[in-house]
Ligand binder design. Structure first.
Ligand code: NAD
Length: 694
């Protein structure tokens, strides 16, 4: 074996040259890899002792994409295009032997090869769209030529990888191989040589793209089928246009078009935000004083207290991850009801073909219901999801303290209560932490882990590791009312009530936020969630919300009663403005002596989102969030903030903190000190800096 570069080795097996890429952890296409492939192909192309070339990767995967640390830096020769041209133009067969994931640039490397084989577990994808980009090294031109336009559109626009069987069926790979991959790749290459198979260059294949030439309806239909998922994103449309170019233009011109469309995206605010967010999500896993090697408790068994809306969903997370979980309820009927909902959820997923009947039974089999608290004694983590009342929570934690094994983590799903006070009900506050799931808990990806004043590093590490294991995006926050997400949401809610009284129609406010990129407006959302829960809580606490209370007094609880903030035709979930509600709002405004006027979309947007940004600044200053980007991760995964706008703090930086601060000062003069800019916002605005410079 000789090293061509630090990352690429050359070996010979009989008359086949093997180029092995070894750039841990994911064999990214760093400069040294590109250089090694280029020189390796040159050298072996010229070697008369070599009949064929195999490209294979060491470690856990084939090349899984570009080296993202090179993003935004000046390009270094050779570029990927040059390497791919060399591979495709090689005078002898080049075979890619694939394991793990061939992603992005990695898949584009294989598409330049003349043949591809892969192991059964290999996966193949072009995920660039998820960073707001498109595959810019010929992927949009070669993939449709090999798998057909429909399949290529699906893969490029979704960014989701496909498995080996699917790849074989669609002609993306030539064979599924097993045993030693290098040996299998070499054997396949020898077969190609022996059978004198042609140097199959995808660039010259026309049949599959010719099949849709002159049929624009294929693209029109595809656009229609993805319209909802891609709303607001820029990259999917450019991906589609690039595939159109593969159909309509000769290969070389298609590549030029791909380049143009790629550059357009590279410079777009959407892609900038999406690439920022990609790193933000990874950053959120890092906790300065809890390094990655902090020992976490191993979770072999879990328990959930309460089988209500949240408890059932939380239990599903454990079962989905293969972790046995005991669910404790106060009474048999509540337990049966709760577990019944869980089963119904699984069965609904199965009826959509996304789980088998056996999966449903296996998962239900991992969930054990009981009314006996003592059954949680051997759980490694207990998550409490009982009523949101401090005395109830404290009673539960005191009980858990007496029952749970000494090294168990005791977690609370509280959304508003003080985690430190809950912890004080035990003799082991170091083992107590908040794990704030979002509803529906089996679906929403965000997990706000709430670090108490005395939570130990092991407890923190355990909650973070658990979050990842059950497929969530855990973000660590500190104790305060509403934590990060709901505390900021509260600001938006407060201002939306003022806006409605001042004359902004509910549907206008909803539309402003939907146009901004949220999946739903706040009022349609409340109607979907149900207005009665909040009403009952308000009554219990003796607080009022004049408009919402009057709506509930009419028995209008939202979608489930056919009316709430909006009205709904039966069988239709489209919210329609309702004069009854408009009258209620007008009455409340008149009683409060509030003058009503038309309000512009821009004013609505500023008044709904700037207070959130301001609260985010306070949260940062107080150390409740570790970094500004964590706040953005919370808002994207927990509240549907559009990822192509990065998150509230990133978005604020794009607008400019001085602009936001000055607008807040103006509103402060008009409407009072609620609009006083947070000290951190002021400071950064004065310095001409952004939150992400902190
Ligand atoms: N619903 C949400 O959207 C949401 C979101 C995040 C967090 N939370 C929090 O999650 C917790 C649970 O909320 P929920 O919406 O699931 O409430 P829920 O009323 O639907 O369920 C609570 C369940 O706990 C059971 N319970 C009450 N006391 C108990 C006890 N001592 N022992 C065992 N079981 C007991 C009740 O019988 C009920 O089934 C609350 O702290 C809430 O603030 C709720």
């Amino acid at each position: 074996m000789t090293a061509i570069t630090e990352f690429v080795d050359l070996d010979r097996r009989r008359r086949v040259a093997v180029l092995t890429v070894n750039n841990p952890p994911v064999n990214a296409l760093s400069h040294g890899v590109r250089l090694g492939l280029r020189d390796g192909i040159r050298q072996t192309s010229a070697d008369r002792e070599v009949d064929a070339i195999v490209i294979v990767c060491a470690g856990r995967t084939f090349i899984a994409g570009a080296d993202i640390t090179e993003f935004g830096k000046p390009p270094r020769e050779p570029g990927l295009h040059e390497v791919l041209d060399l591979i495709e133009g090689a005078p002898k067969p080049v075979v890619a032997a694939i394991h793990g994931t061939a992603l992005g640039g990695g898949l584009e490397v294989t598409l330049a090869c003349h043949y591809r084989v892969g192991v059964k577990s290999a996966r193949f994808g072009l995920p660039e769209v998820k960073l707001g980009l498109l595959p810019g090294a010929g992927g949009t031109q070669r993939l449709p030529r090999v798998v057909g336009v429909q399949k290529a559109l699906q893969m490029i626009v979704s960014g989701d990888p496909i498995g080996a069987d699917d790849a074989l069926k669609n002609g993306l790979i030539d064979e599924i191989v097993d045993g030693d991959l290098t040996a299998a790749g070499v054997a396949f290459a020898e077969k190609v040589v022996r059978e004198k198979r042609p140097l199959r260059k995808i660039r010259d294949m026309d049949e599959k793209v010719a099949a849709v030439r002159g049929k624009p309806e294929v693209f029109a239909e595809f656009r229609k089928s993805v319209a909802r998922q891609v709303r607001g994103f820029r990259a999917p449309e450019n991906c589609i246009r690039a595939v159109e170019a593969a159909v309509d233009l000769p290969f070389a011109r298609g590549l030029e078009r791909e380049r143009e469309l790629f550059l357009e995206l590279l410079n777009s605010p959407e892609s900038k935000a999406q690439r920022y967010f990609f790193f933000a999500e990874r950053e959120a896993a890092k906790i300065p004083d809890v390094p990655a090697d902090t020992p976490a408790r191993e979770i072999k068994k879990a328990a959930v207290i309460g089988a209500g809306t949240m408890g059932g969903g939380i239990a599903m997370n454990f079962a989905n991850a293969g972790i046995p979980v005991t669910v404790v309820e106060m009474a048999r009927d509540a337990l049966d009801r709760g577990l019944g909902v869980v089963r119904k959820n699984y069965e609904a997923t199965a009826s959509r073909g996304r789980l088998t009947k056996e999966d449903v039974e296996r998962r239900m089999g991992l969930i054990t219901g009981t009314t006996d608290f003592n059954a949680v004694g051997d759980a490694d983590i207990v998550i409490e999801a009982v009523f949101e009342e401090m005395p109830v929570k404290k009673e539960v934690f005191a009980k858990l303290d007496g029952i749970c094994k000494p090294d168990a983590v005791l977690a609370t799903n509280t959304s508003t209560l003080d985690v430190n006070e809950i912890a004080s009900a035990t003799r082991r506050p170091e083992s107590v932490i908040g794990t704030h799931f979002f509803s529906p808990a089996n679906v929403m990806r965000l997990l706000e882990n709430v670090r108490g004043a005395r939570s130990s590093k092991t407890t923190v590490a355990t909650a973070m590791a658990l979050g990842r294991r059950i497929g969530k995006v855990p973000v660590l926050v500190g104790v305060c009312h509403g934590f990060v997400g709901n505390r900021m949401l509260h600001q938006r809610g407060r201002e939306s009530e003022k806006l409605m009284l001042e004359g902004a129609p509910l549907h206008q406010m909803d539309k402003v936020l939907v146009d901004f990129g949220f999946p739903m407006g706040p009022f349609a959302m409340s109607d979907m969630a149900g207005l009665d829960v909040g009403w009952r809580i308000r009554k219990g606490r003796g607080v009022t919300s004049p408009v919402a209370d009057r709506i509930c007094e009419l028995g209008r609880f939202g979608q489930k009663t056919g009316a709430g903030y909006f009205k709904y035709e039966s069988g239709d979930r489209t919210p329609k403005p309702d004069p009854v509600v408009e009258q209620i709002i007008a009455d409340v405004a008149r009683e409060g002596g509030i003058e009503r006027r038309q309000i512009s979309d821009q004013e609505i947007l500023e008044r709904l989102l700037y207070p959130m940004v301001n609260e985010g600044a306070k949260i940062l200053d107080e150390g409740i969030a570790i970094r500004a980007s964590d706040i953005d991760v919370i808002w994207v995964y927990g509240y549907g903030w559009p990822v192509y706008r990065g998150g509230p703090m990133f978005w604020a930086d794009q607008i400019g903190l001085e602009t936001i601060r000055d607008r807040m000062l103006e509103l402060q003069r008009k409407s009072g000190d609620e609009w006083a800019p947070a000290p951190l916002l002021n400071r950064l605005a004065d310095q001409g800096k952004g939150f992400l410079t902190l």
